[in-house]
Design a protein around this ligand. Sequence first.
Ligand code: ZN
Length: 139
Amino acid sequence: MKPQLLKSEEKHDLQVTTNFNLSELEFRSVIPDEYLGNAKKLLIELQKVRDALGSPIIITSGYRAAEYNQEIGGATKSQHLTACAVDCYAKNLTVQAFHKFVREGIKAKKWNFKGLGFYDRGWIHVDIRDTPHLVEWIG
Ligand SMILES: [Zn+2]
């Protein structure tokens, strides 16, 4: 059985930054209290990208509970399981250009992401995993 999308009243309605609400990380899974800190930290970094870009970033996947992550074939140690990751795209950029923009910003220490994935189907993955070096991949 496919998990249903959450109703808006089931989501956390908390504006974390100028452009991002905690509810934007919740699609089919509510973020447990223990991961709220991660979620906020993540959105604060994403806001830095949003500010530099000056145009909208659309989140397509945020927090995933274990059952849902398994169902969609997500990695077993996925950063989405702890609300440390988002998949997203920029409204006014190609995914290639957006990936390049985010990657250059990481290298210049403008924002602190430690995981960066590129998916030419139309999105990038960024996460705030606890590691000294940037982990990159093409999906
Ligand atoms: Zn992801």
